[in-house]
Design a binder for this molecule. Sequence first.
Ligand code: SF4
Length: 255
Amino acid sequence: IGGKFGHRLKRAGYDYILVRGKADSPCYLHVSSEGCEIISATELWGKGTFETEEILRQKHPKAEVASIGPAGENLVTFANIMTDKSHMAGRGGAGAVMGSKNLKAVVAGGTFKINSVHDNFKELTRTFRNKVQNDPGVQNRHRIGTMMWVNMSNQAGFLPTRNYQSGVFESAEEISGEKMIEENTYAHRACYGCLIACGKANKFDEGKYAGLDVEGPEYETTALLGSNCGIQNLAAVAKASQLCDDLGIDTITSG
Ligand code: SF4
């Protein structure tokens, strides 16, 4: 899962969490350097992932939140676990597993120091960083993000279009990464510690969705909610993506 959750979980002192059984009522799990506690989430049940994250971040300021939305609560088979508003454990219905346990969220954070496994880790990192940063493919991924694949897959003939009836979308340019960075992108975003920073913060100033401010959408979302639905309005795709993220459903399956 992207974002910062993995780092915060490690700082809390854990590599992974195994949740057994089901709570009698909605709850969330708070994991920190001091230990774990199960806290009532009755008031959070029914809320979207954005509001859930905001409320829990206020309660636990130094922690990260991984939560489910109404989709996970209602055991939708393509429900996601969401974190940092635009990062998700998607595709496999993991959100429904949390919902089946009455587990609304996991909140993790702590003060443990993360030590390097190898003595020369910093040196290796420097070498690796130089190689990565000088790679033209990586530079393109930083510049346009995964959205670089819209035009590329369209040119190669495999951009999902109108329920997979075609691999070529006549309006691909309208929903392309090149258009997005030209007209909407105002900042690059990165998961914790990543030097590529392929995430793009986008703002839409005109039309029906004027004022929309989102991270993404990514290529897969744009292909499935955009060209695969015959939609050529990038702002509409971004809005649909945001709605899916808040509800906690997978954007690819939704499209
Ligand atoms: S390339 Fe970096 S910023 Fe992009 S999804 Fe992967 S870890 Fe996150």
